[in-house]
Write a protein that binds this ligand. Structure first.
Ligand code: URA
Length: 280
């Protein structure tokens, strides 16, 4: 009797393979992809895949292990993923472990769940730093092949002339090779705004020094689409689902090799660095 009831239950589940889990459009709307209605359209257009297969209307997914992509870009839906955006103050190290016992960025955000910094900023660099437990995003943001751009505002010695800015844009010969094309402008006296998509050690400082303008203060003002001029040094906040989705999308449309901008041209982002134009 028990066995036959089990078989009935099994048949029921097999006949309705989508009956468990959450509706795909609800999951993707919550993940910041688009409204439920828009997600349905995207499903019809074949832009969404679940575990490599085209998604279908009415589909339900188990968010703890479904691999969902939109236009080939992963959408993180697993429970427990956190994304902390920190405005790193000067004098704090980015490494998770510091044998010298200096203040660490991970001590500025909650200890649980454990997160790691995405890339690193020098101890004396300030500004936006992302910390997360999403390994896929860490990989996509730090691997050079994805080339997500980062924007820095540097206070420098002297007043950069057009020729120095041109060199920064075209490529600077450093001891570890020529830098890739970058965007460079001078938004004010003694200031350089630089957008790069490489992540070499002390790259901005070395580039500016190489063109005769050593950096006296350095702030990262943007990571791909992420900006937050209101976040104060030492403060952090969680990313919104839309910001997480935008970050993933930025890793799909790499700006590596993008055309160079004219001096002073906006470098994009959801809010191009308002509040960082003049260093306080
Ligand atoms: N470039 C630098 O020189 N330092 C940083 O911390 C980040 C980029």
């Amino acid at each position: 009797m028990g066995r036959s009831r089990d078989r009935v239950g099994e048949q029921f589940l097999l006949s309705r393979p989508d009956a468990q889990g959450e509706r795909l459009q609800k999951v993707l709307a919550r993940a910041g992809v688009a409204s439920r209605r828009a997600v349905e359209d995207m499903i019809r257009q074949g832009r969404i895949r679940v575990d490599g297969e085209p998604a279908h209307l009415g589909q339900r997914v188990d968010i703890s292990d479904a691999r969902i992509t939109v236009d080939g870009v992963p959408v993180p839906v697993a429970p427990g993923l956190v994304y902390r955006l920190l405005n790193k103050p000067s004098g704090v190290v980015t490494t998770a472990d510091d044998p010298q016992g200096r203040a660490k960025v991970i001590d500025l955000v909650p200890g649980e769940p454990r997160v790691v910094p995405v890339g690193r900023l020098d101890m004396d660099t300030e500004g936006l730093l992302l910390l997360t437990n999403d390994g896929e995003l860490v990989h996509r943001l730090t691997h050079p092949s994805f080339g997500v751009d980062k924007e820095y505002l540097a206070q420098v010695e002297g007043n950069p002339r057009p020729a120095a800015l041109r060199t920064l844009r075209q490529g600077v010969r450093l001891d570890d090779g020529l830098t890739a094309p970058a965007r460079a402008s001078s938004p004010g006296e003694g200031l350089v705004r630089l957008v790069i998509h490489e992540g070499r050690n002390r790259q901005v400082r070395r580039m500016c020094a190489a063109v005769g303008h050593p950096v006296t203060r350095l702030v990262r003002t943007r990571i791909g689409p992420l900006v937050d001029p209101r976040l104060k040094p030492g403060e952090w906040r969680d990313l919104t689902p839309a910001e997480v989705a935008a970050l993933y999308a930025a890793t799909a449309s790499s700006p590596a090799g993008a055309p160079l901008s004219a001096p002073g041209e906006s470098t994009g982002g959801t809010d191009p660095g308002v509040g960082y134009d003049a260093l306080p």
